[in-house]
Structures are given as C-alpha cells and as structure tokens.
Design a protein around this ligand. Structure first.
Ligand SMILES: [Zn+2]
Length: 201
C-alpha cells in the first residue's frame, strides 16, 4: 500500500455508511453539530481545570510503526473489522457487545493489540458505541480531520498501526469533557486478571 492509499483509507474516502459515529440525540431531537462545551475546531476558551480541547490533527503525520499489506491484515481480521480499521467505515450503533461492556479491563487495538483505553474511562454515552473520556496515554492515538459528512469531525486512529478507531467530540463527561466514540470492531477487550497479548508485529 502506498502512503497515499494509506492516508486515503485513514480519511475514509471510500464509501461510508450513513451511520457514521455522530452525536447522541439531544432531548430536543437535534442531532448533528456538536454542542457545548467547546467545539470541534479546537477554538474557544478553556481553563486549565476545565474540559480539554480536542487534540489538533497532526499536519505531518508519521508513518505507522506497523505496516502490513491489505492481504496481510485481511488474513488477521474479519471482513467487518478490516472495513472499519483500514477502510474508515463505521459499524451501526448497537452493533458491538462492547458498547454495553462495563467490566474491569483493558481495550486493545484489534489490529495490533496496542492498549488504547482502560475500563475506568468508559461510560454510557447512550449512542450504541463504546465510549471513553480519555485514552490510556495521549500518544496511543493520533488524529486527523474527517469531512466526509459535510462538516469537520476529528477522527482518531491507533498511533501504532493506523487502524481507524472512531471520532472524538466535546460532549463527554468530566474530567475531560471529551467523548471518544469508538467502533467496537476496532477493539479487543481483555478482562482484568487475564493476560494482555503481546503486541502484534
Ligand atoms: Zn493498532
């Protein structure tokens, strides 16, 4: 895969379903543009103890540490997982049992097994997608801008393999105010007490 093809797949320029990860329905039934606090552009005023801004997309993203051919990834992943992780698609809401998983444990990138989220940061966003307010470490995920729905959203992906995870919004709970809306197909859950598999190379 060339760099251009890889970046194209990251940005989801291939056909996207209409069920792309979006805002939960507000009490008034209004969906679409994110609302307070903050905005998706990262502009606006936030105090040092207030909600965080969505991290800015990296204008010069580094090549993923793990790079496999399409055939190599397809041999390791289900067709559905491949389409989300490496073609930027979005599973339908309520599709993944991980949306309702609240046991203690660790959520790994389903492609390369990098631990991305801890269960202590998971919460019920009522969207039908697994939702978190913070990754395990800042640099576990990287960001890019996704304009595929006609307005900018911040897409995030595994920083190690580039696998698409989801989109981040500013309507999450304290302490960050962020909502990492993740595809369940992009995650593997390892319950606490069970061994976390070695990173896939
Ligand atoms: Zn990964």
């Amino acid at each position: 895969m060339t760099r251009e093809e890889f970046l194209g797949s990251l940005l989801g320029v291939a056909a996207l379903p209409l069920t792309a990860c979006s805002q939960p329905t507000a009490p008034g039934g209004v969906t679409g543009q994110p609302t307070a606090p903050g905005d998706v552009s990262g502009q606006g005023e936030q105090g040092p103890t207030g909600p965080r801004l969505i991290p800015e997309p990296d204008p010069n993203p580094a090549a993923p540490e793990i790079q496999k051919t399409e055939a190599e990834w397809r041999a390791l992943l289900s067709e559905a997982a491949y389409s989300v992780l490496f073609q930027g698609r979005t599973e339908p809401p309520g599709y993944s049992p991980l949306a309702n998983e609240y046991g203690a444990g660790t959520y790994l990138c389903a492609a390369c097994f990098l631990p991305l989220f801890d269960s202590t940061t998971k919460y019920d966003s009522a969207t039908g997608w697994p939702s978190f307010w913070e990754p395990i470490a800042t640099k576990r995920v990287a960001y890019s801008t996704d304009d595929s729905l006609g307005f900018p959203r911040t897409e995030y992906h595994c920083s190690r393999c580039g696998g698409h995870q989801g989109h981040v919004f500013t309507d999450g709970p304290p302490p960050t105010g962020l909502r990492y809306c993740n595809n369940g197909l992009s995650l593997d859950f390892v319950p606490q007490g069970q061994p976390i598999p070695a990173l896939r190379n």
